[in-house]
Design a protein around this ligand. Structure first.
Ligand SMILES: [Zn+2]
Length: 222
């Protein structure tokens, strides 16, 4: 059921990612970037199952990713009360990864949506962990702000890392440690791979942060 939910919800994301993957302070894309067809107005212009535009049929990867993320969470955690919150939070999480890969941005409203969908229910289910979570979020915010000032990361990465620390704090210390260290292994490997393959310039760290958090959540003791 989790895999079906993850895959089905991810099928709605290509159009959203296409519209939201724009530069800072730019409005959402009003039409297809490839065939220039306008998307129209209102809710139907945002909600589309499958590819971002009828000129494309590329939606397999998000659907597979959504199904896999949900499957990993359900398989490792089992039917715990926290699972629906994680599955729901995976939707803005995947959308953030898709947008960051396209345009190196992590829009604030989506990071906020991730925080609310996960941390809200977790605060109700595990009130004893609220203190740990807040301390973790503030500590990560400070550490990543230093990394940002040193020039290694974007401001979006700083905010996303703090939100993920908040979420991981509810899952306990092992999940927090894995979730905070794994992104640097993943991001470091990606940077090395890019270096070897001769590509330069900034790369998206958001997907590494999100994958690391997934690893942390998957390894928590429930
Ligand atoms: Zn198109």
């Amino acid at each position: 059921m989790a895999v079906v939910f993850g895959a089905a919800s991810a099928a709605f994301l290509p159009r959203l990612a296409h519209r939201l993957a724009v530069g800072f302070a730019d409005p959402p894309r009003a039409g297809c970037a490839d065939c220039l067809r306008p998307f129209g107005a209102g809710l139907p212009s945002w909600v589309r199952v499958g590819a971002a535009c009828s000129c494309s049929d590329a939606y397999g990867r998000p659907v597979i990713a959504g199904g896999m993320v949900a499957g990993v969470l359900a398989a490792t955690l089992g039917p715990v009360p926290e699972l629906p919150a994680y599955l729901l939070a995976a939707v803005p999480g995947l959308l953030l990864a898709m947008i960051d890969l396209r345009c190196l941005r992590l829009p604030d409203p989506l990071v906020g949506a991730l925080a609310v969908t996960a941390a809200g229910p977790l605060a109700v289910l595990r009130p004893g962990q609220i203190g740990v979570s807040l301390v973790a979020a503030v500590a990560v915010l400070i550490a990543y702000t230093i990394l940002f000032l040193l020039g290694g990361l974007g401001l979006g990465d700083v905010k996303l890392a703090a939100v993920l620390a908040l979420i991981l704090g509810f899952a306990g210390a092992p999940a927090l440690i894995v979730g905070l260290l794994a992104p640097h292994l993943i991001g470091g490997s990606a940077a090395l791979f890019r270096l070897v393959s001769g590509r330069r310039g900034p790369f998206a760290f958001g997907p590494a942060l999100l994958l690391g958090a997934l690893a942390g959540l998957a390894l928590q003791q429930s």
